[in-house]
Ligand binder design. Structure first.
Ligand code: NAP
Ligand code: GCO
Length: 284
């Protein structure tokens, strides 16, 4: 049985998680490190890289971190070259870095739209393009994209984000189609609503101390009536990064507490006294 469990090990692998100073990226990187991988990560400025490095050190993880904006191909190419020189060939890429702008479409400027598309869709293209040649040469590789409920559903004010995440689902399928022949698997994680800084505005208490309407709404759409925790996604990330998933390719695996399977209930029927409240200080 122990031999079978080795299929879930990342021993000896080098895993790059983009935007991994906090949030889901940090959780993926910690899971990879605890599964035996050497973690490398980037973030958009030195302050965030230092924050991430301090967090990894506190957790006993010897990570390699550097500044790199995933929308800038020269920075990405330099980052990959630095990793190749100082750490080794990247075996696993998680295209995690992402932003969202919650603006009604008719009020959104083209520049605001483009910023979201650049990070959430073009960034994964640039980073995947940078690691694929070495993966082809090595004869193996894993690329995991950060899709979303918005890869399948729309909602008010997130047009650019939904367009990017829908496109990222198809980029996932295309990398699978083009590079599966080289034993490279490209899949996506499709989280539901997870408590991180990105979604914190959707949980902010109202001036009168009541729940944010969206908080109540999303709990009414989730059978477990709770937000996801970053820890909820760590197992899937390791699975998709490991040999255990070598015959899974081009898939988006939704990990949403059942949102995508449930029509939902009247938010007014919820009993907040039953909620296992999120400690926002840990929702990072
Ligand atoms: P988050 O808390 O906002 O963290 C995103 C990370 O990406 C931050 O470290 C951010 O750094 C970094 N980043 C942003 N732009 C970058 C760039 N150009 N280059 C490099 N790094 C950049 O987000 P999250 O909630 O952890 O989500 C992580 C990913 O999962 C995102 O792609 C998100 O769309 C996706 N997702 C999240 C949820 C959820 O409910 N939280 C659900 C589905 C999918 P800065 O601080 O500088 O921006
Ligand atoms: C929003 C949220 C979502 C989550 C996630 C859901 O404003 O609706 O930010 O987009 O981030 O993508 O899967």
């Amino acid at each position: 049985m122990q031999d079978f469990l080795k299929n879930f090990s990342l021993e000896g692998k080098i895993a790059w998680v983009t935007g991994a100073s906090y949030g889901l990226g940090l959780a993926y990187a910690v899971a990879f490190a605890e599964s035996g991988a050497r973690v490398v990560f980037n973030d958009i400025n030195q302050e965030l890289v230092d924050k991430g490095m301090a967090e990894y050190k506190k957790l006993g993880i010897d990570a390699f971190g550097a500044v790199c904006d995933v929308t800038k191909e020269d920075q990405v190419q330099n980052f990959v070259a630095e990793v190749e020189k100082n750490v080794g060939t990247i075996d696993i890429l998680v295209n995690n870095a992402g932003i969202i702008k919650r603006i009604p479409m008719i009020d959104m400027t083209v520049d605001q739209w483009q910023q979201v598309i650049d990070v959430d869709l073009t960034g994964p293209f640039i980073c995947s393009k940078a690691v694929l040649p070495a993966m082809i040469k090595k004869g193996s590789g894993k690329i995991i994209n950060a899709c979303s409920m918005m890869s399948e559903f729309g909602r008010e004010t997130v047009s650019a984000y939904a367009a990017a995440k829908g496109g990222l689902k198809m980029l996932t399928r295309n990398i699978c189609s083009e590079y599966g022949q080289f034993n490279i698997q490209c899949n996506a994680i499709g989280p539901g609503y997870i408590a991180t800084p990105q979604t914190a505005p959707l949980r902010e208490k109202q001036p009168d101390g009541s729940m944010h309407p969206f908080d109540r709404f999303i709990r009414s759409k989730t059978p477990a009536q709770r937000w996801g925790k970053t820890e909820d996604l760590m197992g899937l990330a390791v699975f998709l990064a490991s040999p255990a998933s070598d015959f899974i390719n081009g898939q988006v695996v939704y990990i949403d507490g059942g949102i995508s399977a449930y029509i939902g209930q009247d938010p007014g029927n919820l009993d907040p006294s039953k909620f296992t409240d999120i400690d926002e200080s840990t929702a990072q």
